[in-house]
Design a protein around this ligand. Structure first.
Ligand SMILES: NCc1[nH]cc(CCC(=O)O)c1CC(=O)O
Length: 303
């Protein structure tokens, strides 16, 4: 009997739910016991806006610190929250089969049926910009807190709707409150949205091999293309950049969009290629978008 593997997790409902899901799956596939270790991150306790903290990467870096200290063996992250710049000490040992990649509106009405001036909570420039191009007449306001806290601000009357990832809402059992799920063409998702990544130390070759049973090559190819767009645009998770890829294992179809803050202008492009060339597909698409002014549009963003 080997000792239980320690899985470090943030303590939010979404984080513990997805960590427990991965733990159960790993135990089911390998027989290895997994023990959850709760970690409080600075991003969980501060009241500052995430865009001011340098994005959701704050949640990631403290769990990586625990890996380096040896306090935990592996960690589960929403891939969307992982910076595209690699950390030499850390590897993504597995990317799980993707859940619903789409954005969803939690409200008592569909977006088209909300009255002019309705207050919509979302702090994501990508969501605000794309929502503005669908409904320029609504009032978009930043919102903080875990998904359950945000949804609570509808009942309290602070907001008429909030926009969140469908996958996250499903994980915390709040998908019943979704009034509309946006088609990926209307609201291009964030790179990596809906996919979970498992990280461990690059030096733990035994563990990397064990965790590899969780990996889904099709999801990995799709999110590699999406994240490659983001990296080539030199953008982070706070940028108004959407990228979504899907494929059948033989061909990968990638669409990416950069939207101006007011939602009025955008650069949007699609390309297809073989899954092993996912990285190049994303990089080349980003280059074509830059040639059409994508970086100028992004340069206009201010917080
Ligand atoms: N930035 C927070 C975050 N990171 C991952 C998800 C959702 C789950 C996922 O995309 O896997 C969320 C919440 C949201 O955007 O609604």
């Amino acid at each position: 009997m080997s000792a239980a593997l320690r899985l470090g997790t943030r303590k939010s409902l979404m984080a513990t739910t997805q960590s427990q899901f991965v733990a159960d799956r790993l135990t089911g596939l390998t027989g290895r016991e997994v023990e959850l270790v709760g970690v409080t991150t600075f991003g969980d306790v501060t009241k500052a806006h995430l865009t001011q903290l340098g994005g959701t990467g704050v949640f990631v870096s403290e769990l990586r610190g625990k890996l380096v200290e040896g306090a935990i063996d592996f960690a589960v992250h929403s891939l969307k929250d992982l910076p595209t710049t690699p950390d030499e000490q850390i590897v993504i040992a597995a990317i799980l089969p993707r859940d619903d990649p789409r954005d969803a509106l939690v409200s008592n009405a569909k977006l088209a049926d909300l009255p002019p001036g309705a207050r919509i909570g979302t702090g994501s420039p990508r969501r605000v910009a794309q929502l503005r191009s669908l409904r320029p007449d609504l009032d978009y306001q930043p919102i903080r807190g875990n998904a359950d806290t945000r949804i609570g601000k509808i009942a309290s009357g602070e907001f008429d709707g909030v926009v969140l990832a469908a996958a996250g809402l499903e994980r915390i059992g709040r998908d019943g409150e979704i009034s509309e799920i946006f088609d990926v063409d209307a609201m291009v998702p964030a790179p990596g949205q809906g996919a979970l990544a498992v990280e461990c130390l690059a030096s733990r070759t035994d563990l990397i091999e064990l965790l590899g049973v969780l990996d889904d090559p099709r999801t990995r190819a799709a999110v590699t293309a999406e994240r490659s767009v983001l990296a080539a645009l030199e953008a982070g998770c706070a940028a108004p950049v959407g990228a979504f890829a899907s494929g059948d294992g033989h061909i990968l179809n990638l669409t990416a969009v950069v939207v101006s803050a007011d939602g009025a202008r955008s650069v949007r492009k699609s390309a297809s290629g073989p899954p092993p060339a996912a990285m190049d597909l994303g990089r080349d698409l980003a280059a074509a978008m830059i040639a059409e002014g994508a970086d100028t549009l992004m340069g206009e963003q201010t917080h």
